[in-house]
Design a protein around this ligand. Structure first.
Ligand code: GLC
Length: 750
């Protein structure tokens, strides 16, 4: 009897393998994954042994009760593991805890299939780097990749296999709190950063258990939520979707991202977690994505609220048939998928495809050889918060800082200062240095601005006063702050948002300084002392007349574990700030959406013509434009040249510009290349970033900076959604921000 059963199973395995090979090799599935025959054979062998319930278990992701990153928790997740009905757990970490849960899966279930452990390691695991929007201000792709690399190393050392990052949503509305988690408003910069972050997290593969699966999220166009209100409706054309919001996701696929996460929002009437065009047609077919797609937190269930599904079971049918492979926390596949298959509403072959994609990852991670390979307490102790990691966090934080204003060269401050007042509700707040989505980051490990200043000026008399709260309206500490300021040579004033005021479910309708912070700044200006305003925030802030009144303004975002030291390095001139804004800072919230690459309209603003596109009460220009950032030195662009004035679609244009450091400090400039397609079969933005280079110049030094622009770089989605470049004139500018004036024109002839 046993022999017959074994023979039967063996026969099944052979048939399963042959069928699978035919499907994959025949090209019927365009998204045939990079072939690893050994893994494919093992996936098929295991799949053939699994019951339907066990398959559905692999498509189920539950959170542990260690953290709550969404509206529901499930107390029975350990029992679910034991029953083989959950294949992945998130919000569980450390080598010890993951080992405990993994043991249940491996030793107490019928097939012993190891769990995947996922977590939101967004800008560091324990060593916390600046929030992603801050890192993006560095425009330093190597630094950004290194930050993700270190995050991956620390996460993998703590039992994690998978991070729910990078968030690659383009965001043009700073009311939306999740702008903090991404790379800002620009598609070109966002795509380059998406690639760097995926490569950082996934490293050189998983053999050494020092890398984690990346997860490009939130697919798609989540950043286009109406009115910047989180989870709100997204109603944009397919042309805009493909031109603005999809390229960073495609860059993530090209960089080898193994997982994707669907977004909460609908796109044009269909929730993303059941959007066949997004998931099947574009992601898995057009782009050949070989990994698996997980939903966001209960986003399948939420299709009932969307008014797209009658009930959870119907939502599950819509999602799985649209291409969602794993259900995060909704327990919809867990409760309804078997019935849906019995009723013929879902084919088991779709389930097999999803399970294959998931098992492939587990085999690739080496979890079947050693389910505990990532749960090594000794390695965890050795790697977490290492000096090397802390030094890297300080370096990336420095590079993320943007100098917005520096009247009369108030900065850098002299190292011989005798009396310094450090004031503000964020000046000595450890927890706010972490920002939002700070994973296992611990506030106690953070260096505050006050601590950084004390370390930088050990012999100075340093007075600290909180001055106000972040949100509360009381001014009880104003007098104390004023008194401290009166005795000082300079006031360093840390104001902005609390870390929780950006990130998920943190939209703001008024993006000014909260509470009475603006009044605090103005009150301290009356001391007549020089004021350096240090901003800590997760989005552009509207500063009103402070933007002209405060002599020095430094944008530091939420700078992470080493933030205080990094900011002090910049204030003291030990690092010459080189950051450039990845987002536009509006003058007021009424201007939103306001980004550099808008359309010209038929009546472009003319101050002398009433009937042109403008406001009665505010200029069209921003407070600070995309790409803007000052330095302690100055840079001059000259002699912009192209090697040809016309080119055809098989040729490129070589562009060169002379860049000179004309100031008194060595420094790094990010030279930016912008292009305008003057006439198109659909209207084109007034400018588009098409290249950038970071250039270090000693004071007085000059360098020729070169760019290459090809016809491919000029492609866009035309009226028929064909991705094409069109002949015609193109204006080109090179400069230090999106307002660059030094320009020339070239023509694509055919
Ligand atoms: C949250 C977020 C998502 C995160 C997930 C798991 O709701 O939208 O970015 O990865 O749930 O915590």
């Amino acid at each position: 009897m046993l022999f017959k059963k074994t023979l039967h199973i063996a026969a099944l395995l052979v048939v399963a393998y042959l069928m699978n090979s035919f499907v994959l090799r025949s090209g019927i599935m365009k998204d045939a994954p990079p072939r690893n025959d050994a893994i494919e054979r093992r996936v098929d062998s295991l799949l053939a042994l699994m019951t339907l319930e066990e398959k559905i278990g692999q498509m189920t992701l539950f959170t542990s009760d260690w953290e709550m990153t969404g509206p529901t928790l499930r107390a029975t997740y350990k029992e679910d593991i034991k029953k083989g009905r959950v294949g992945a757990i998130f919000n569980a970490h450390t080598a010890a805890y993951t080992k405990e849960l993994q043991r249940i899966a491996v030793e107490e279930t019928r097939l012993g299939i190891p769990l995947l452990f996922g977590y939101d390691v967004i800008h560091g695991y324990k060593t916390i780097f600046p929030i992603p929007l801050g890192e993006s201000a560095s425009w330093d792709l190597q630094a950004i990749e290194k930050s993700a690399r270190i995050a991956g190393v620390e996460a993998a050392a703590s039992g994690l296999h998978w991070t729910f990052a990078p968030m690659v949503d383009i965001a043009r509305d700073p009311r939306w709190g999740r702008m903090a988690e991404g790379a800002g408003e620009d598609t070109y910069l966002g795509s380059a950063i998406a690639k760097a972050r995926v490569q950082g997290f996934q490293g050189n593969g998983f053999d050494n258990a020092d890398a984690v699966l990346a997860c490009a999220k939130h697919f798609a166009a989540y950043g286009a939520a109406q009115a910047g209100r989180d989870y709100h409706t997204v109603d944009i054309s397919e042309q805009v979707l493909r031109e603005v919001y999809l390229p960073p996701f495609k860059a993530a696929v090209d960089a080898g991202a193994w997982t994707f996460m669907t977004s909460f929002n609908e796109w044009n009437g269909i929730p993303a977690s059941a959007h066949e065009q997004l998931l099947k047609d574009i992601l898995k077919w057009e782009w050949g994505f070989p990994g698996f797609v997980v939903t966001d937190y209960t986003s399948i269930n939420e299709m009932v609220q969307h008014g797209y599904a009658a009930d959870f079971k119907h939502a599950g049918e819509l999602s799985v048939n649209a291409g969602v492979d794993m259900d995060m926390q909704g327990a919809v596949y867990y409760n309804h998928l078997e019935q849906l298959i019995r009723e013929g509403k879902v084919k088991e072959s779709r389930v097999d495809d999803a399970v294959r994609r998931i098992l492939r990852m587990k085999f690739m991670l080496g979890l079947f050889e050693n389910p505990y390979k990532f749960s090594d307490t000794e390695r965890e102790k050795r790697l977490i918060l290492s000096q090397e990691h802390l030094a890297a966090a300080r370096d990336v934080a420095r590079k993320s800082i943007v100098l917005l204003r520096n009247e009369n060269q108030l900065l850098p401050l002299s190292k011989n200062l005798k009396n310094i007042a450090v004031i503000g509700p964020l000046a000595d707040s450890k927890v706010d240095m972490l920002g939002n989505w700070s994973a296992a980051g611990d506030a106690k490990d953070c260096v505050t601005l006050l601590e950084g200043v004390r370390a930088k000026w050990p012999n100075a008399q340093i007075k600290y006063a909180r001055g106000s709260d972040v949100m509360q309206m009381n001014k009880v500490d104003f007098a104390n702050a004023y008194a401290a300021a009166k005795k000082a040579d300079v006031i360093i004033l840390a104001v902005g948002e609390a870390g929780w005021m950006s990130g998920e479910a943190a939209s703001r309708s008024d993006i000014g300084l909260p509470g009475v912070q603006t009044e605090l700044v103005k009150y301290l200006l009356t001391t007549g002392k020089p004021v350096v305003m240090v901003l800590m925030n997760g989005r552009p802030l509207v500063l009103g007349d402070l933007a002209e009144k405060v002599p020095a303004i430094v944008e530091t975002w939420f700078a992470g574990t080493q933030g205080g030291h990094a900011i002090a390095d910049v204030l003291a001139g030990d690092y010459n700030p080189s950051g450039k804004l990845p987002v536009t800072f509006p003058r007021n919230v009424g201007q939103i959406p306001l980004h550099y690459n808008m359309k010209n309209t038929g009546r472009p603003m003319n101050p002398n013509d009433k009937y042109t596109s403008k406001y009665l009460d505010v200029p069209n220009t921003p407070q600070w434009p995309f790409g803007f950032g000052l330095s302690y030195t100055t840079f001059e662009y000259s002699d912009l040249k192209t090697d040809r004035s016309s080119f055809d679609r098989n040729e490129s244009v070589n562009i060169s510009v002379m860049l000179k450091n004309t100031g008194n400090y060595d420094g790094e400039e990010t030279a930016q290349l912008y292009v305008r397609d003057l006439i198109g079969s659909v209207t084109r933005p007034v400018r588009e970033l098409k290249g950038f280079q970071k250039v270090f110049l000693k004071k007085g030094e000059s360098k020729t900076v070169q760019f290459r622009l090809s016809a491919d770089d000029l492609r866009f989605y035309n009226h028929d959604l064909r991705f094409r470049a069109e002949p015609g004139d193109f204006d080109i500018w090179v400069g230090g921000d999106s307002d660059a004036k030094l320009g020339t024109r070239v023509t694509m002839v055919k």
